[in-house]
Write a protein that binds this ligand. Structure first.
Ligand SMILES: O=C([O-])C(=O)C[C@H](O)[C@@H](O)C(=O)[O-]
Ligand SMILES: [Mg+2]
Length: 422
């Protein structure tokens, strides 16, 4: 069976995002995404989802003419078409926070690969997890993702979550999502307050949730000395410490000084295949957070999983703000990747329940996990009215790239991000 691509549509969308704090600033009122539709000669439409910033959209659009005529079953040809379209574009592209450089071609390939897998599944009547080798679990566990946050955006209405600016606020927030979604692991986004305050927040979480694995992620805000001190203080409390300090050499120093006492995880110093050899050689990290949006799609992320297995590294999953197409893709991927057995990150609870581009009902959380869809493809369908509404919101909101630092400076003009300096 062949099914050539006849048309590709890319629709940028915007959805509300609360005032979530991180080491580089604060989330703007809207998160940007792009929805990719790949149509085939058989009339099937496959779905993909990716970043929505202008530079990435331009690269996605550049790829489109090269994809037409490619068989949706020929993912190697798809990758070649994307590489050709990018020509001499620098091989690496800044991430959404401008902190790390990911593989530009893999970021562009990802939504097209997911859409082709969705189309393959619709054509063959098989779920995407089957096309990835078969689901080894029928539900995928996700982690609560706690953020320090303001009660509202500057000048805006309260978002209903309340503020979270101290340990008590974090505990209240996590209690709510654990009760509502049933999460069985908790990640705290750090790098916002002095490290000792964040240690206290983790201790407060441990007191409230004695049995849940906990993670702390300051996005490289700390020095190696601070990283070692925090890791020692939270020894036996954290499941892993994520990107305490930037770069492979810094993480390797922390890892060496900890002598294996605390696993270090990353979605910052290992973000592309070429980052793996130096990280492995220096034993810089013990857990890699995968993310199909920048690792080149679902199959390449499974390849990452195999490499991690070979080198004795754990495999977890990273998330940015996302919609239902990505949640479905993340769920199929985790279901079909045996060693992806940490609860995966997701920003899902931060999204308003009534804002998505997929028909509601296909994906739901129970006990902190999402059941793997068993219908053809990703198992989610596009809600075209909702897509039109979120596209109109994109047009109206005026945001064209994520810039947490500039937004923070509208409130705190002297704000300077901590990068390996706290
Ligand atoms: O694990 C991580 O580093 C992230 O989730 C990065 C995200 O961009 C997060 O920091 C955010 O959205 O503020
Ligand atoms: Mg991280």
């Amino acid at each position: 069976m062949t099914s050539p691509i006849t048309d590709v549509t890319i629709t940028p969308v915007a959805f509300h995002d609360p005032a979530l704090l991180n080491n580089v600033g604060v989330h703007e009122p809207f998160a940007l995404r792009s929805v990719v539709e790949v149509r085939t000669a058989d009339g099937v439409v496959g779905l993909g989802e990716s970043y929505g910033d202008a530079a990435h959209l331009e690269r996605l659009h550049r790829a489109v003419p090269h994809l037409l005529g490619t068989d949706v079953f020929d993912l190697h040809a798809l990758a070649r078409a994307v590489a050709t379209s990018l020509g001499h574009t620098p091989a690496r592209a800044g991430d959404l926070l401008g902190q790390v450089v990911q593989d530009a071609a893999d970021r562009v390939l990802s939504p097209f690969e997911v859409a082709c897998l969705d189309a393959q599944g619709r054509l063959t009547g098989r779920p995407v997890s089957d096309l990835l080798g078969g689901a080894v679990r029928d539900e995928v566990a996700f982690s609560a993702y706690a953020f320090y946050k303001w009660a509202a955006h500057p000048g805006g209405e309260e978002d209903g979550w309340g503020p979270a600016l101290d340990p008590a606020g974090i505990v209240t927030q996590v209690r709510r999502v654990v009760d509502e979604f049933g999460f069985t692991a908790v990640k705290l986004k750090g790098g916002v307050f002095p490290p000792q305050e964040e240690v206290e927040a983790v201790r407060a979480l441990r007191a409230e949730f004695p049995d849940l694995p906990l993670r702390l992620d300051p996005n490289g805000a700390w020095t190696p000395d601070t990283s070692v001190r925090v890791a020692q203080e939270l020894d036996g409390v954290l499941e892993y410490l994520e990107d305490p300090t930037p770069g492979v050499p810094g993480m390797a120093e922390v890892s060496r000084r900890l002598e294996g006492a605390m696993p270090l995880a990353t979605n910052m110093c290992v973000v592309a295949f070429e980052d793996l050899p130096p990280a492995v050689a220096q034993d810089a990290v013990q857990v890699v957070l995968s993310d199909h949006h920048y690792w080149g799609g679902l199959r390449r992320t499974q390849g990452l999983g195999r490499i991690c297995e070979v080198f004795g590294l754990g495999l977890s999953m990273h998330s940015n703000s996302h919609l239902g197409i990505s949640l479905a893709a993340m769920t199929h991927l985790a279901a079909a990747t045996p060693n992806l057995d940490y609860a995966c990150d997701t920003h899902w609870p931060w999204k308003r329940a009534d804002e998505d581009v997929v028909v509601p009902g296909a994906l739901g959380f129970a006990g902190g996990a999402v059941r793997v869809p068993t219908g053809p493809g990703l198992g989610v369908d596009l809600d075209r009215d909702a897509l039109a509404r979120l596209h109109e919101q994109y047009e109206r909101c005026g945001l064209r790239a994520r810039d947490d630092t500039t937004y923070m400076r509208t409130v705190d003009p002297g704000f300077t991000p901590h990068r390996g300096s706290w």
